[in-house]
Design a protein around this ligand. Sequence first.
Ligand SMILES: [Zn+2]
Ligand SMILES: [Zn+2]
Length: 369
Amino acid sequence: MKYKKRLAVIVFCMMTMLLAACGVEKEGSLLENASTKVPSQKGSGLEVQFLDIGQGDSILLTSEGKTMLVDAGNNEYGNGLVSYLKERNIDKIDYLIGTHPDADHIGGLDVVINKLDIGKIYMPKKQNNTKTFEDVLTAISRKGLKVTAPKVGDTISLGSATVTILGPMKSYDDNNNCSIVLKVTHGDNSFLLMGDAELEAEEDIIESGADLSATVLKAGHHGSHSSTSQSLLKKVNPTYAVISCALDNKYGHPHKETMTYFKRANVEVYRTDKQKTITMESDGKKIVTTTGGASIASSKTNSNYSANTKAPVKKPGTNKKASYIGNVISKKFHIPACSSLPKKENQVSFASRQEAIKEGYDACGRCNP
Ligand SMILES: [Zn+2]
Ligand SMILES: [Zn+2]
């Protein structure tokens, strides 16, 4: 017995020396279980990654080994997203949020649910009559999980950060307005994640009297002018804004007005279409931002998956296939043959009338589209 004890002490000392020699900082976790995978995020910090997932949203938050994923981009990036997470030793998502049932936010959720360990799932009480939405529900029920509806004012503890649910304040006809809006607080820093919430929902959140001030604003609806009102911007008063969208997307996101508002308010803007994955690390006092991170939208992992899904619509600088052409300045839309088309740099294309109207464009009085 004595001998065994001494042996244990010697082994322990040797292990400690070995770890010290390796320069391992997190010896506590390593001694517990040498094979435990530790997410890349270390210490008591918060890491927020705005993933480059093309025209859509996916935001990964990690703190003290806890993970939250807000949205999962379009269908065709589901596999790429899972590879991205696994490469970073993330096998479990403690909190999975589907902000609202639009394909560019929940498209990849089914793959994430199928392939990773999932803690809690939050989605608003809003149905969508699409296969994408059905796929998500099927994945949820297959795993025996249940959906938690967001309750305004509720908080979620994520490592050393606190996530507060600020919206939706009520149910809306429009999917975007139903977006779950989250404020992530970490020491002196905070991140306001707006989903696709548009002006009406923004107004209701402002009226709720919630503290909207934040260091970083993830602009609503990919920087569309249908979101980020001046009054919201004033309340949030961010130092940084992040816009998640694809390069040359057919909606013209981010819209000029939104960019002008940010410029006037002296907000430094980061964009996933130009800077790929954007990582912000908070130590509770300052935020260190790194751009140019791995792009899921252009990852090869997606190619073998996209065979049975619709390929992303890429329209590099041409409007030839557009059914309707919008003017980003006047907010009118036209048929491509209209005699009063805007200048090329002010054009945005729409596949349908509905899409143009949804983006807040009015029909041109001349060509009557
Ligand atoms: Zn949406
Ligand atoms: Zn969206």
